[in-house]
Structures are given as structure tokens and as C-alpha cells.
Design a protein around this ligand. Structure first.
Ligand code: ATP
Ligand code: MG
Length: 446
């Protein structure tokens, strides 16, 4: 029985008291990406398993250990998306977006699913904001994508986030590197974890992404890819850095970054924090020049990043950055009796149509209980409505902050209340600045 009142391990509810933060992030990332020309694309939660096997790569942790895969009732092998890029690339091909203006700039906010060991900053269901730019091999694109992530962090006022950059070359320059890597790891074979032993034969670069402490230590001495990249890849990398320099975006080259997905080529990068524990990578991305072709499409050099919004929120919290909370209920109308209840419902209906958040009793409560409720929901003003008030067409608005009472006409309340709020706000500003601030239009604030 206890099972049904407990969320599945690695999943979490986002309660109403917190959800405004997620809503804010979801909104601003899409808005900021929009300024760079990225348009939102919505993709399904699940895809054919094969898409991820091909796209993400058979030898990756994600495909080997972390996918939620099942057969549907029609016998298809289905996988809950562990990431967004493969689905975006699939949609790009399926809808012939490669025939449209290139590069296609696409972005998304999605939940992803990975069967990982839950811990701080690591969940089995988590949200990512991602962008993908398909159809450009220019280093300017790499810098632009990085600058978009940078812009989001800057907008939120986040500090002390390090941009780490590397180039992992193209399949051509990787041949030599693989040989050097294999030779190195062969010499350390007896200490590698069993998974890495397997990787040694299939894809030695994956060892560099191993999380086991012993393997990590061995990796310290491994040859670095950056010393093996070809002239073209090297020129590309230098150019990316130049573009970042003109935008004054700081970075450090970290030759250890290889990223966890097989599709990456050339530029890879991570934004890393030391303030949110071991899972410090808030954003990771890079180029994947071969992915679209791998999925059966035309040669389409592309790149992107994904930002974990959960880790982003942890970082905001760690840096004491508060996101704007939504406005509380402006007016709570407390009716006494059936007539008043009808009248109150009519008034809040009109108020809401005029864009003012307002509530009234929908639980048949006593006046005392209603006032308690109004207090709990943080109503800024309350108004008691009884037969007397209805008869006279007037009622008292009470400011819940300072107890001030103002008489208002019921007939025109919906129209007047906005003006009333503006007047109150102006007055409050006048008081706090202690001078005539003139006629300020505050309607935009409400
Ligand atoms: P890590 O090294 O932390 O496992 P990754 O290389 O698997 O990350 P990506 O697949 O590139 O990460 O995903 C991009 C971003 O998504 C990460 O930088 C992180 O912010 C977030 N992320 C990845 N996996 C999880 C998870 N299980 N829970 C929460 N956020 C995650
Ligand atoms: Mg991972």
C-alpha cells in the first residue's frame, strides 16, 4: 500500500509553492533562445529504441545502462527519451526541414528519462532545455550556441560558472588517437573496471567518461585528444575561441572533456559549477557533424547543448538568486448568505475578465473561516459582502497589509479596482521616495 503514496525513486513532484521557478525558467530560456532565432520544437516523450541506439551510440552509458525501454502492446520496442537531440534530428529528417532555410535553429524544454543512481542533481526523470542548430559547419555557429547558454546564465545573474572547452576532432583524427589511447589503457588493464575493459575493445574514448574513481585516476595520465587533432579540426577550434574572445566570453580548455554521447565531433563544452556538489555540469553540448547522416539523412553538420534545469535551479538556490514570484490574489470577496454568494461570483467573474486575480468562497464557509483562508492565500485586499452592502451598492475594501479601509461602489468595481490598485501603488512609491514622482503609469506592473 505504501508504494502508491510514494513517487517512484528518482522522480519528484514540483509543488505549487515552487513551480513558479520552473515556469519562469521555462519561459525565459525560450525567450532568450528566440532572440538568437531559435524556434521551439515539440517532440514525443518516446521514440523507437533504435533511434537512440543509432543516435546516442551503442557503447554509451545511456544506451547500455540507462534507458527506459519496453515493448508496447503492438510489439514495438519503445524507449522514453534519455535526451532530446536524437528526437530533434529524427523530426528534422521526417519533416524535410533540411529543405528549409539552413541552419535550422530549434529549441525545446523536455523531460528526459534515465535509469541512473538518484543523488543530488541526478534524477531518473529530469528536465532539459536544449537547442540544436542543424546545417552549419562554421565555427561561428559553435560560438553562437555557447554564447546563448552564457546569455541565459548572465540574465539570471549566475556567477562563478566555468565554461570548459575542448575539441574531440573528427573520425579521421580520432583513428590515431584511438590507437594511442588503446596502447595506454592496455598498459593499465589490470586496474580498469569491468565496463572499461569492455570499452577498451569497442570504444576506448568512453573510458575517459567513466565515473569510477580508479578509472578516473588512470585517465589522468591518458593521452589528450587535443594533441591528436588534424589541421582542419585545429583551425576550427582556434576560430571558435576567437569568436568567443570577441564576445568576452571566458573559457578554459579542458582536454579531459569527451562528453557522454557518441555523436559528438570537434567542439565540446560544459558549463561547470563547484557549488552544487558532485554533479556540477549544468550545461553540456557540442558539435555532432555525423549524426544526421548516421540516421540516414543528408550530410548535415550540426551542434547543440542541453542544460539541466534541475541543476540550474540548485545553482540559483546556492547563489541566493530569487526568481520573481507570481502575484498573489489581489482581492478576496467574502460573501455572507446565498444572495451575496451569487453577487460575489458575478463580481469576481468580471474582475478576472479585467485581468485581476480574485477569489471568492466556493466551500460554503463561515465568514471567520473565509477570512482565515484569505489570509492563508495572501490576498492583498478583502471585501465582505452581505445583504446590507448589496442593498446600498457599496462595500468596504480592506488592505490586508495595513488594515486601511476604502469604500467602493459595487456597480463599477471591476473597472474601478484596477485604477484603485494603481493609485495605491503610486502612493506607496511616493511615500518610499518622499517626493512627487509625477504621473507614473503603473498599469504594466499589475
Ligand atoms: P553527467 O555527466 O552529469 O551524467 P551527461 O554527460 O550524461 O551528464 P548530457 O547527456 O549531456 O549529460 O545532458 C546535459 C545536461 O542534462 C547535463 O549537463 C545535466 O545538467 C543534465 N542531466 C543529465 N543527466 C541528468 C540526470 N540524471 N538528472 C538531472 N540532470 C541531468
Ligand atoms: Mg550521464
Amino acid at each position: 500500500m505504501a508504494l502508491i503514496t510514494k513517487a517512484v525513486k528518482g522522480t519528484q513532484d514540483i509543488l505549487p509553492s515552487e513551480v513558479y521557478k520552473n515556469q519562469f525558467i521555462e519561459q525565459i530560456v525560450i525567450d532568450i533562445a528566440g532572440k538568437f532565432g531559435f524556434k521551439e520544437l515539440r517532440i514525443p516523450v518516446f521514440e523507437h529504441t533504435e533511434l537512440f541506439q543509432r543516435g546516442v551510440g551503442e557503447t554509451t552509458d545511456v544506451v547500455q545502462k540507462e534507458m527506459y525501454t519496453f515493448d508496447d502492446k503492438g510489439g514495438r520496442s519503445i524507449t522514453l527519451r534519455p535526451e532530446g537531440t536524437a528526437g530533434v534530428a529524427r523530426a528534422f529528417l521526417e519533416h524535410g526541414l533540411f529543405n528549409e532555410a539552413l541552419p535550422q535553429k530549434l529549441c525545446y524544454v523536455i523531460n528526459c528519462y534515465r535509469y541512473e543512481k538518484p543523488q543530488a542533481g541526478r534524477w531518473r526523470e529530469f528536465q532539459q532545455f536544449g537547442v540544436e542548430m542543424l546545417g552549419t559547419s562554421s565555427p561561428a555557429a559553435d560560438a553562437e550556441v555557447i554564447s546563448l547558454a552564457n546569455e541565459i546564465f548572465a540574465f539570471l545573474g549566475i556567477e562563478n560558472l566555468q565554461l570548459e572547452l575542448n575539441s574531440i576532432g573528427c573520425p579521421e583524427c580520432r583513428k590515431n588517437y584511438h590507437n594511442a589511447l588503446r596502447e595506454y589503457f592496455e598498459s593499465k588493464k589490470e586496474n580498469l573496471c569491468p565496463t572499461c575493459l569492455e570499452r577498451l575493445g569497442k570504444n576506448p574514448m568512453r573510458i575517459l567518461d567513466c565515473k569510477s574513481p580508479v578509472c578516473k585516476e588512470i585517465c589522468e595520465g591518458a593521452p589528450a585528444i587535443i594533441d591528436y587533432i588534424c589541421d582542419d579540426c585545429s583551425a576550427h577550434f582556434e576560430s571558435v575561441k576567437k569568436y568567443l574572445d570577441v564576445m568576452n566570453i571566458d573559457y578554459v580548455v579542458n582536454p579531459r572533456i569527451v562528453r557522454g554521447l557518441d555523436y559528438y565531433t570537434r567542439t565540446v563544452f560544459e558549463f561547470v559549477s563547484t557549488q552544487i556538489g558532485a554533479q556540477g555540469t549544468v550545461c553540456g553540448g557540442g558539435r555532432y557533424d555525423g549524426l544526421v547522416e548516421e540516421l540516414g539523412g543528408p550530410h548535415t553538420p550540426s551542434l547543440g547543448f542541453a542544460m539541466g534545469t534541475g541543476r540550474l535551479l540548485m545553482l540559483l538556490e546556492a547563489q541566493g538568486i530569487e526568481l520573481p514570484a507570481p502575484g498573489a490574489c489581489e482581492l478576496y470577496i467574502a460573501p455572507m448568505g446565498e444572495n451575496a454568494s451569487l453577487e460575489a461570483m458575478k463580481i469576481v467573474h468580471d474582475l478576472r475578465s479585467n485581468g485581476i486575480s480574485s477569489q471568492t468562497d466556493v466551500a460554503g464557509r463561515s465568514l471567520k473561516a473565509q477570512m482565515k483562508y484569505a489570509d492563508k492565500i495572501g490576498a492583498r485586499y478583502t471585501m465582505v459582502l452581505g445583504d446590507n452592502e448589496i442593498e446600498q451598492g457599496k462595500a468596504n475594501l480592506k488592505n490586508m497589509d495595513n488594515g486601511e479601509v476604502t469604500e467602493v461602489e459595487l456597480e463599477s468595481l471591476a473597472e474601478d479596482f484596477m485604477q484603485f490598485l494603481i493609485k495605491q501603488e503610486t502612493e506607496a512609491l511616493r511615500l518610499s521616495f518622499g517626493e512627487d514622482i509625477g504621473d507614473v503609469d503603473l498599469s504594466a506592473l499589475l
